[in-house]
Write a protein that binds this ligand. Structure first.
Ligand SMILES: Cc1cc2nc3c(=O)[nH]c(=O)nc-3n(C[C@H](O)[C@H](O)[C@H](O)COP(=O)(O)O)c2cc1C
Length: 304
């Protein structure tokens, strides 16, 4: 979970409890500092996640120091670091491309997932398609809809080697989501798949909890008004060159106008007002999550 949501506290707690904790994308210097801090808290393996359209040379250099590199959002992936590499896919075609590029494993990410969503079908259906497309025994992980031990059991029974959970760990004590964002997650009974917060990252569906921004802009079309999506596409080359740290600062002043609808989600370092103007990423499991718990307890509760 990028942009500061999953930092060293969460990643280290998950790894220490027996999972594989993942630090989400930040500016390269911050990412390096987070990895160093996490290493101080645990000697177990740690992953770094990079969203490929935002990753620059400095990111790949830092990511190479993690035990595992997890990548997201690339149709034609390629290996950029020597460590264990896991690529997130949304179709059999993408899975085949990842295998051909030398990925060590793939994550089949279903449509119920929170955050940016690669899959267009439920995770268990995608898992079946992906497993049929990759060589026998090739490791496939499942992401989407994991909130309880029974979900993990179903994923493993269907042939996944592991389950990936985002939303469940957003509601952990260690996640750096703004406290009001965590409260919205506990109260949520629905999510929406949209392209609304697409400045710098257009045509990339993401699942969020409704807030004032979605209520204002999504009356006609859940993807967002066509004019805003066109604007995001036009501005994305420039917006993408804006460093992530600057994007986060700009976003913190946002008022949910068309030029503010950018990817950063509210962290505990952002003003409370951003709860209504920024994407509250969450998966469909939001409807089943009613408590904020320590990450280690969540890892133990998810073990089937
Ligand atoms: C708040 C949030 C932020 C996310 N950010 C990222 C990210 O930066 N990179 C990434 O690869 N996936 C990201 N995801 C997707 C997760 O990696 C994972 O695929 C997804 O959470 C699985 O579905 P679930 O939410 O039902 O557990 C994010 C998910 C959430 C909920």
């Amino acid at each position: 979970m990028g942009g500061g949501l999953a930092s060293h506290e969460l990643a280290a707690a998950v790894s220490e409890a027996g999972g594989l904790g993942t630090i989400g994308i930040l500016a390269p210097d911050s990412l390096r500092a987070e990895l160093d801090e996490a290493r101080r808290l645990t000697s177990r393996p740690l992953a770094i996640n990079l969203i490929v359209p935002f990753a620059r040379r400095g990111h790949w250099r830092v990511a190479a120091r993690a035990d595992v590199l997890v990548t997201h959002w690339e149709m034609r992936p390629r290996r950029r670091a020597p460590n264990v590499w896991v690529h997130t896919v949304g179709s059999a075609q993408e899975a085949r491309a990842a295998v051909a590029a030398g990925a060590d494993a793939v994550i089949a990410q279903g449509i119920e997932s929170g955050g940016h969503v690669r899959g267009t079908v439920p995770a268990l259906d995608l898992l079946e398609r992906v497993r049929a497309a990759v060589p026998p025994g090739y490791p496939v992980l499942l992401a989407g809809g994991i909130a309880e031990a029974a979900d993990v059991r179903a994923a493993l029974d269907a042939g996944a080697v592991a389950a990936v959970a985002g939303t469940r760990f957003l509601a952990s004590e260690e996640s750096r989501a703004h406290p009001a964002y965590k409260r919205r997650l506990l109260e949520a009974d629905e999510t929406v798949l949209t392209e609304l917060f697409g400045l710098a990252w257009p045509r990339a569906p993401h699942r969020v909890i409704p807030n004032r921004a979605t209520r204002r802009w999504l009356r006609e079309d859940p993807r967002g008004p066509a004019a805003i999506r066109a604007l995001h596409t036009a501005l994305s080359p420039a917006a993408r060159r804006t460093p992530l740290a600057v994007q986060r600062k700009l976003a913190a002043r946002a008022r949910a106008g068309p030029l503010d609808l950018a990817p950063p989600a509210p962290t505990d370092a952002m003003p409370a007002a951003t709860i209504e103007t920024h994407p509250l990423y969450a998966g469909q499991t939001a409807a089943r999550i009613h408590d904020v718990r320590p990450a280690a307890e969540l890892v133990r509760a998810l073990a089937p």
